[in-house]
Design a binder for this molecule. Structure first.
Ligand SMILES: *Cc1c(COP(=O)(O)O)cnc(C)c1O
Length: 469
């Protein structure tokens, strides 16, 4: 243990421990906290006695033990908020996860009575829904892209259009993932225009694959051109290389039917002739975090048998939630059962009505609230710049940042959006069954405390403020 530092007048950890007398059960945690506050004092040249540092260590320990992973109400109007865990799961998926939590036949064949295939459970239904020959599931779409590149193009060249060398957010950059997979990037075309002939002239002996990446979070408009997926698939076939299409969000339903732009469906991407199409489980699919790869039997087989698969495989809880989510599509009940699609499909007149009821309740509780029209987004790297009409309850009576901070410390925490310097609760991303809880939490959070918001937790919200897809 570190001795007292006579030059700085800092107490030793032992002295702080003596002053604090932590219970035996928290001694280790307390020692770590005491070391941390003393180390900080050393760098800031502060001093103090053992009692003062005991108090600081206590406060730090309490802060470290504050619960940070909490269920929240997403009133941002962004349906797929990566910071808020993307797709909320259906009741059917949640029940399946609970059921799978115990002993489960995840790798056991109950008919044969011997070791079974983890990858079989969701694969058939997924392949059928995607109109593909075969399918495999990994932990997230980044892993699916990595695995596809490693299995089909390791040590080979992969051709990507310059306009598709994108960063998705959270550090996922296509050129970096390519490098990590062991493939070598070959860029073709220009930022705004790339033709099939650009790919054709780049294909050589060392080429392993053509990779197409969906522009998830930006839109290229103006003087632009890109090769058709069909052309790329035909070219890849003819020259004996793989065609991999990273679809990003990946939808099984037609987004254009809900007043949004058209997003290519997974089945359409497969229909173009791709060897592998990859997409996320927790974006427009509306399921758990997972990476789904669908496509031709030989290509998917290569992914499944690659050594990386063992490191990227999903757990039984994810598999259970995914199967239940896919079953909603199979039973043609996606827009009734999956929260993401219920939110997308909600008529804006319904949202207006719900906003009115919540605003009334809040007004009666003494909160300044009024209904406003907004535009909501799907988010999660899908449909960039596409919005839907929505309604929100705008709150006033105190500065927006202070109201927003108080909402974040509500029970449950409410994450709102700020429109024209006013805090707004956008109902597009809230399920109707949570309205009452939302109204109650907001009323309680804004009725209590002064105008300045909570004094504790002052750095939590800032850490959570960033946005990504
Ligand atoms: C979101 C996205 C990814 C990453 O998917 P995760 O499931 O978050 O790993 C990869 N590619 C594209 C095009 C995306 O939109």
């Amino acid at each position: 243990m570190r001795r007292a530092d006579p030059r700085r007048g800092l107490p030793s950890v032992d002295a702080v421990l003596k002053a604090a007398r932590p219970a035996a059960t928290e001694r280790e945690r307390f020692v770590n906290a005491a070391r941390a506050v003393l180390a900080e004092a050393r760098t800031t040249h502060e001093s103090g006695n053992a009692e003062a540092f005991a108090d600081r260590a206590r406060a730090l320990l309490a802060e470290r033990e504050r619960r940070t992973l909490l269920p929240v109400i997403n009133a941002t109007g962004v349906i797929l908020q990566t910071n808020l865990g993307r797709a909320p799961l259906s009741e059917r998926a949640i029940a399946a996860m609970v059921e799978a939590a115990g002993a489960t036949s995840v790798e056991y064949d109950l008919v044969a009575g011997k070791r079974g295939e983890r990858h079989g459970h969701a694969a058939r239904m997924l392949a059928d829904l995607a109109a593909a020959e075969d399918a495999v599931v990994v932990n997230n779409n980044a892993a699916a892209v990595l695995l596809a590149l490693a299995a089909l193009a390791s040590r080979k060249e992969v051709i990507v259009a310059r306009g598709e060398l994108v960063e998705i957010g959270g550090g996922f950059r296509i050129p970096d993932v390519l490098r990590r997979s062991g493939a070598k990037l070959v860029e073709v075309g220009t930022t705004n225009r790339t033709y099939a002939r650009d790919y054709a002239s780049a294909i050589g002996e060392r080429t392993g694959a053509i990779l197409r990446v969906h522009a998830s979070n930006f839109k290229l408009t103006g003087f632009v051109a890109r090769a058709e997926g069909r052309e790329l698939a035909a070219l890849a076939r003819e020259r004996g290389v793989a065609y991999i299409h990273d679809l990003g969000s990946g939808t099984l339903l037609d987004t254009a039917a809900y007043g949004l732009g058209a997003e290519m469906t997974v089945a359409a991407a497969v229909g173009e002739g791709a060897d592998v199409v990859t997409f996320s489980g927790d974006k427009l699919l509306g399921g758990p975090q997972a990476g789904l790869a669908v496509g031709r039997v030989t290509a998917i087989g290569a992914l499944r048998s690659h050594p990386l698969m063992r490191a990227l495989r999903p757990d039984k809880i994810t598999i259970a939630a995914l199967i239940a989510t896919l079953a909603s599509y199979r039973d043609d009940r996606a827009t009734e059962e999956l929260p993401v699609w219920r939110m997308i499909a909600a008529p804006s007149s319904d949202l207006a009505g719900r906003a009115g009821v919540i605003a009334d309740k809040l007004s009666r509780a003494g909160v300044h609230a009024e209904v406003i029209e907004t535009r909501s987004t799907v988010g999660g790297g899908s449909l960039p710049e596409e919005t839907q009409p929505s309604y929100a309850v705008a709150l006033s009576g105190a500065p927006a940042t202070s109201l927003a901070a108080r909402l974040r410390s509500a029970q449950p925490p409410v994450v709102a959006r700020i429109i024209d310097e006013r805090v707004a609760l956008d109902l597009r991303s809230v399920l109707a069954e949570h309205d009452e809880e939302l109204a109650r939490a907001v009323a309680a959070a804004l009725a209590k405390g002064g105008e300045d918001g909570p004094s504790e937790h002052s750095d939590g919200p800032r850490a959570r403020a960033g946005r990504s897809v």
